[in-house]
Ligand binder design. Structure first.
Ligand code: ZN
Ligand code: ZN
Length: 293
């Protein structure tokens, strides 16, 4: 079984109830892949019942701060809260570039504090992060495997932020694509083709209240207009859509329905979730006795 949990449906916009961007893809009981770590990711993982040592690896889509500010909290908690992982680096996978650089140096300013804690408590230390870099590919390429679960990545369009990638998880029960931040583009469509679930950032320019955004046109150039998402989902044969990284953040059921209406108007008829934090979907195509093997 695959369970896709939104650990944060927000953006840099501070709004009640929406943590920073993040998605957890759990495959059966033993593979847990976290994508991005925005603000309060560690708290949301705890609320989802996930202990940090259960994480297999953490993948970064790009180096915008809203996707990364929760990473130091996660790495420190991985070390401080859990004897099982105190001596083990937090495994991070990132495209070669600034995101990987940030992850490698993220804990630098905490070295003195961590050594003090280590000396005081006797735990091994300090906390460490191991970074597996990959060159952001122009067409989808496999960049990570664990058990029979394969993760691939592709460069997407989020300039001036480059590299920025989308990820795809393929497992026996299905496939999950995480768009990261991007305009709808050929790379995203290619990696999303045939996906069981597409976790997709979504932007509704017509719904943005006056004054909320400093430059709506600049945002439109590097985010995914929700109607274009619906059209792409039709072309790519996406099984279900989870819309997240919602701009503007909906604060009522009516505003959430607006995202669905735009996807439907574009012709997409599959299931659509306009995500709140901790919403999840499950994909199970195997019988329980098959999944147990
Ligand atoms: Zn973002
Ligand atoms: Zn971004």
């Amino acid at each position: 079984m695959i369970r896709v949990t939104i650990t944060g449906s927000g953006t840099p916009i501070m709004v009640s109830g929406r943590a920073g961007p993040g998605v957890l893809v759990a495959v059966d009981e033993d593979v847990k892949l976290q994508f991005d770590a925005g603000r309060a990711t560690t708290l949301r993982l705890t609320e989802a019942g996930v202990a940090l040592p259960e994480l297999t690896a953490l993948f970064i889509t790009h180096h915008h701060s809203d996707h990364l500010v929760g990473l130091s909290d996660l790495a420190m908690s991985w070390w401080l809260e859990h004897p099982a992982t105190a001596a083990r680096p937090l495994p991070v996978v990132a495209p070669d570039g600034e995101a990987a650089n940030i992850a490698e140096h993220l804990l630098d300013v905490w070295q003195t504090e961590m050594r003090m804690r280590a000396d005081h408590t006797g735990r091994p230390g300090p906390a460490t992060i191991s970074v597996q870099r990959f060159a952001a590919p122009q067409t989808p390429q496999e960049i990570f495997t664990v058990r029979d679960v394969r993760v691939s990545a592709v460069q997407v369009r989020h300039e001036p932020v480059t590299p920025a990638v989308a990820y795809r998880v393929d497992a026996a029960d299905g496939s999950v694509v995480i768009s990261g931040d991007t305009a709808v583009c050929p790379g995203l469509e290619e990696i999303a083709t045939g996906a069981t679930v597409l976790v997709q950032e979504a932007f509704r320019p017509d719904a943005v209240p006056a004054g909320l955004l400093s430059d709506p046109e600049a945002l439109a150039a590097y985010h995914s207009e929700v109607g274009a998402v619906g059209e792409m989902a039709v072309r790519a044969g996406v099984g279900a859509l989870m819309l997240t990284h919602l701009i503007p953040p909906p604060v009522s059921e009516e505003e959430k329905a607006g995202f669905v209406d735009d996807v439907r108007a574009a012709g997409y008829q599959g299931p659509v979730v306009v995500a709140d934090d901790l919403n999840f979907v499950e994909v199970a195509t195997r019988r329980p006795e098959e999944a147990a093997t």
